[in-house]
Ligand binder design. Structure first.
Ligand code: AMP
Ligand code: ZN
Length: 478
């Protein structure tokens, strides 16, 4: 069996995944969206990252042995504010945005998690957990609120590597008269009659945000489970608070054994924000790009590295996807099938099992798709299509604009341009053989002009794109 190794934020080390809670079965919990608006590109990153892991886990352990839980936060002050702004009922907003989210993530090729609990369906479990925390001396009720007493849990801050005192110094903590310590966080808060609320031992109210993930992961995965994921913006305070709640309510369990955090997405090197005008929702981009192209860009950086969404990466992804689609067309025309016994390429599996090294998996896809492979044609087509599907690409069967028609031309142009660059390298070699160094230099200069490095190797002159590579200019050389 493939050994999967994952970086664990808790231990700051890459560790083998050892599913021993229930031997041979894996439980994974990933924090999901607050449903009041369209998902933006950043929200899509953890979805795609953990979808790749879900697919790998299903392959290694069997689809029936993996439980992936991703919640919907459908009670939150941002939702209440949206209802007040728009005059629409909360239920209508959360139902509509939940469906938008599911449609957008499906367009990106993300499988639906095994369980998608909504917070409002787990209020009794949250109340029970809060009562247990009070009974064990880890929480206290004050003025209709219930607060978690962070000083009662010695390991608070261990995940993100901070002490409570550092946190107080560095954080914008809400000081409130009913708090014993400024870091204490809300488990339950009172609701006035016009706000969503549920009866509780502390009066009518609603949960704080953090407790839902502890209550829902306990209900669906138990007191110990294998993997917990989310963006690294959630590490503090959300994940610290989840750990404190769950470990104090169920000290006999481990809560999550491996913690995984994806880095953030940026757009053209900058934080995505509405004021900078570089804010995109998945829905906006679906009218311009196929789901596969978006998925490719979202997968193109290792999940623990920042991901820069740029126009040139999108263009690159379109060209690569068009190559895959062409091969998929040949696969279809040859009436080939992916057999049930299909095994993903060993190099792709090994790359994913190595802490989800998707860029290395893509390098192998590049070898398979550009023909640097010894396989015969039908085998190669089955490999390309089978592995692309394993990585979650729909290859034209998904929604959104099909890049193949407009890009067929683009791929031809790129092929012609690359051929021209190689030809110019051969011209340099020929000029040097004739001792016409002026001509060799001028060709070299034209190549550099378009952002290509000219390398002298034992097999002659070779070209390589550098960071200044400009495809439009390069195409003018043809
Ligand atoms: P929210 O609905 O704001 O709680 O965010 C939902 C998910 O999106 C969380 O897992 C966040 O970590 C993730 N997220 C938000 N912004 C970004 C970003 N710029 N890059 C990557 N992930 C993000
Ligand atoms: Zn959570």
């Amino acid at each position: 069996m493939t050994e999967i190794r994952l970086y664990n934020t808790k231990t700051r080390a890459v560790e083998p995944l050892e599913p021993t809670v229930v031997p041979g079965r894996v439980g994974m919990y990933v924090c999901g969206p607050t449903v009041y608006d369209r998902a933006h590109l950043g929200n899509a990153r953890p979805v795609v990252v953990f979808d790749v892991l879900f697919r790998l886990l299903r392959h290694v352990y069997g689809a029936d042995n993996v439980t992936y839980v991703r919640n919907f936060t459908d009670v939150d002050d941002k939702i209440i504010a949206r209802a007040a702004e728009t005059g629409r009922p909360i239920d209508a907003i959360t139902a509509e945005t939940t469906q938008w989210y599911l449609d957008d993530m499906a367009a990106l090729g993300a499988l639906e998690p095994t369980e998608m609990p909504r917070a409002t369906a787990y209020i009794p479990q949250m109340v029970a957990m809060i009562e247990a925390l009070i009974a064990k001396g880890h929480a206290y009720a004050a003025e209709g609120h219930v607060l978690f007493d962070v000083r009662s849990y010695a390991e608070y801050g261990r995940l993100s590597g901070r002490s409570v005192d550092d946190m107080i110094a560095g954080a914008r903590v809400e000081v409130a008269p009913y708090k014993r310590d400024p870091m204490d966080f809300v488990l339950w808060k009172p609701s006035t009659d016009d706000l969503p609320g549920w009866p509780s031992p502390w009066g009518r109210g609603r949960p704080g945000w953090h407790v839902e993930c502890s209550a829902m992961s306990y209900a669906l995965l138990g007191k110990s489970f294998d993997i917990h994921g989310g963006g690294n913006d959630l590490m503090f305070p959300h994940h610290e608070n989840e750990i404190a709640q769950s470990r104090c309510a169920h000290p006999e369990g481990d809560f999550a054994r491996i913690w995984m955090h994806n880095e953030m997405l940026q757009v053209e090197g900058k934080k995505m924000s509405k004021s900078l005008g570089n804010f995109f929702t998945v829905h906006d981009l679906r009218s311009q790009l196929s789901g596969d192209v978006m998925r490719y860009v979202l997968m193109s950086s290792h999940y623990r590295a920042p991901l820069d969404w740029t126009v040139s990466r999108v263009e690159e992804a379109k060209v690569i996807l068009s190559r895959w689609l062409r091969l998929n067309d040949r696969f279809r025309r040859a009436s080939l099938d992916i057999p049930d016994s299909f095994e993903p390429d060993p190099a792709i599996l090994a790359a994913l099992a190595d802490d989800l090294n998707v860029p290395a998996a893509f390098t192998r896809m590049h070898e398979l798709t550009t023909g640097n492979s010894a396989d015969t044609e039908p085998e190669r087509l089955v490999q390309v299509v089978g592995n692309a599907r394993f990585l979650g690409f729909s290859l034209g069967s998904g929604t959104g604009p099909d890049p193949s028609c407009s890009l067929e031309v683009a791929v031809d142009r790129v092929d012609a341009m690359e051929e021209r660059l190689s030809q110019m390298c051969a011209e340099i070699d020929a000029a040097r053989a004739e001792k016409d160094f002026a001509l060799a230099d001028s060709i070299r200069a034209r190549l550099r002009e378009v952002g290509v490095d000219v390398l002298t190797t034992k097999d002659g002159t070779r070209w390589e794109r550098n960071v200044d590579f400009d495809r439009d200019k390069a195409e003018t050389l043809v």
